[in-house]
Design a protein around this ligand. Structure first.
Ligand code: AMP
Length: 119
């Protein structure tokens, strides 16, 4: 079930501000409020999708294409397409997803270290 009161739904409705990086008819990208790297931008679909799983099952081809292309746009706008970057999308409890609206993190601007904490 999608929660209309989640923080990214409020950003999409313009109820709280964001630092916009890119927008088109299907996608909004904005800087993370608590950046973990010199570049840390979130790319979200405008549709009501809880997670990547939900999006993969229900999104239209136009939405899927737009989200993918937006990641490339963000890397270009932020100047990290040649230096390199990492994308990450947490889904559900084991991944510690905090906000229940699909978001792709785009990290860059410095060497990012290992992909996951090793146990
Ligand atoms: P996740 O743990 O993958 O759900 O990540 C949620 C991300 O949303 C975190 O990196 C937060 O810093 C970020 N975040 C939470 N509230 C806001 C906000 N109002 N504007 C921008 N980023 C936010």
């Amino acid at each position: 079930m999608y929660d209309d009161d989640n923080i990214f739904a409020k950003i999409l409705r313009g109820e709280i501000p964001c630092k916009k990086v890119y927008e088109d008819s299907h996608v909004l990208a904005f800087d993370d409020i608590n950046p973990q790297a010199p570049v840390h931008t979130l790319v979200i679909p405008k549709g009501k999708y809880v997670s990547m799983q939900d999006f993969a099952e229900k999104a239209s081809e136009a939405e899927i294409t737009a989200l993918t292309r937006a990641v490339g746009k963000v890397a270009e706008i932020k100047g990290i397409k040649d230096s390199g970057f990492r994308i990450l999308a947490n889904a559900g409890g084991d991944a510690h997803q905090e906000v229940p609206h699909l978001h792709i993190h785009v990290f860059g601007g410095r060497p990012l270290g290992p992909m996951l904490v090793r146990k």
